[in-house]
Design a protein around this ligand. Structure first.
Ligand SMILES: NC(=O)c1ccc[n+]([C@@H]2O[C@H](COP(=O)([O-])OP(=O)(O)OC[C@H]3O[C@@H](n4cnc5c(N)ncnc54)[C@H](OP(=O)(O)O)[C@@H]3O)[C@@H](O)[C@H]2O)c1
Length: 320
């Protein structure tokens, strides 16, 4: 099948494009050309790479026509953030025979009433990003069920993998949280450390897209996360164990905790724990055959990479 991947060289695309090539697809990879994939892979030699600025072409009203012109069996859209942008693409693909696979986010859910949450629970998204992604999903699935462009939405969790920092046990991106744990220092966590994060390895997101291509299910959305979310304290204890340490944790109400934390990191933590995602993957598992790594396995790969790169001051402590 000819497959167009929009936003092909980032976290997901770096794994997805080689997977699609190896599965025998003809891949057209679109990006602005400002970065290379995270990992070199000979499969990229078989890929047609095109430089495109989706935002500029959306504004000019030419992006949808460009994509429809590729006459692809499937279009994987990894960088769509507004309903207008989704609409332009879906309308251009209408009647083309293309399946549109959109990358969503678990942020389409706001606070959860029961966990693990399934795709069909009542949603109250908050924040511009989650609200916009929920609107995209509603638009794409409604038009698909109404005879428009076949569309499937895959909602990723916190994407991790070697090459970039993962969300840490304090729910933010301060690399020294990993460092402090490795050095055996006490770290502070907000509240009781019982709020949750739900990571997923980028290669498992790629796995889900590959599966959704081979077993198309139009008009449906799927959570694409690891099998189980982690509590902050459980995550911190696991990281301590990786460095042969006992976890040294103290707890404070979020407001008290935030007083000692850089405001950018504190805001990021707030956003993560206010969502406290914990998603069910049962639908993806049973419908698509999705089988992801555990959060801790994915995170250990990320943390190993950070240590190898000298990005974390472990005080000389190695991973055991
Ligand atoms: N990161 C997370 O933890 C997370 C969590 C949940 C859901 N998601 C979803 O994942 C998707 C993003 O996937 P990702 O994490 O793989 O992305 P990413 O790592 O940020 O990579 C973005 C890709 O898109 C390209 N790109 C960026 N702006 C572009 C533009 N205007 N026109 C054309 N190409 C453009 C980039 O290359 P150039 O810079 O060279 O153009 C790159 O190939 C989004 O839909 C997001 O909502 C992410």
């Amino acid at each position: 099948m000819r497959v167009v991947v929009i936003g092909a060289t980032g976290h997901i695309g770096s794994y997805l494009v080689p997977r699609l090539v190896r599965a025998g697809h003809e891949v057209i990879a679109l990006a602005r050309g400002q970065r290379e994939p995270y990992h070199p892979d000979p499969a990229w030699q078989q890929v047609k790479r095109e430089r495109v600025d989706r935002d500029a072409e959306d504004a000019a009203g030419t992006f949808g026509t460009r994509i429809a012109g590729y006459q692809a069996g499937a279009v994987v859209d990894l960088v769509c953030f507004t309903e207008d942008s989704a609409r332009q693409l879906a309308e251009a693909l209408r009647g083309n025979g293309s399946l549109l696979l959109h990358c969503g986010t678990i942020w389409v859910h706001g606070p959860l009433a029961a966990v693990p949450a399934t795709e069909d629970v009542h949603r109250e998204p908050f924040g511009e990003y989650g609200i916009a992604k929920a609107a995209i999903e509603a638009y794409l699935l409604d038009q698909a069920l109404d005879g428009g462009t076949p569309a499937t939405v895959l909602h990723a969790g916190h994407i991790v993998g070697p090459g970039w920092p993962p969300c840490n046990p304090a729910g933010n991106f301060d690399l020294d949280v990993f460092g402090a744990i490795a050095r055996g220092e006490e770290i502070a966590l907000p509240n009781f450390g019982l709020e949750t994060l739900h990571h997923v390895h980028a290669d498992d997101v790629a796995q889900a897209f590959e599966l959704a291509l081979s077993r198309p299910v139009s008009g449906e959305s799927f959570h694409v996360v690891s099998p189980q979310a982690l509590t902050l304290r459980g995550y911190a204890a696991a990281v301590a164990g990786w460095f042969g340490r006992e976890p040294r944790l103290r707890f404070a109400s979020f407001e008290r905790w935030a007083q000692d934390v850089d405001p950018t990191h504190a805001n990021t933590t707030w956003e993560h724990i206010a969502h406290s995602p914990c998603m069910s993957i049962e639908k993806a598992r049973t419908t698509l055959g999705y089988a992801p790594r555990s959060s801790l396995r994915a995170l250990r790969e990320s943390v190993s990479w950070l240590v190898e790169q000298g990005r974390v001051d472990t005080g000389g402590r190695a991973l055991v």
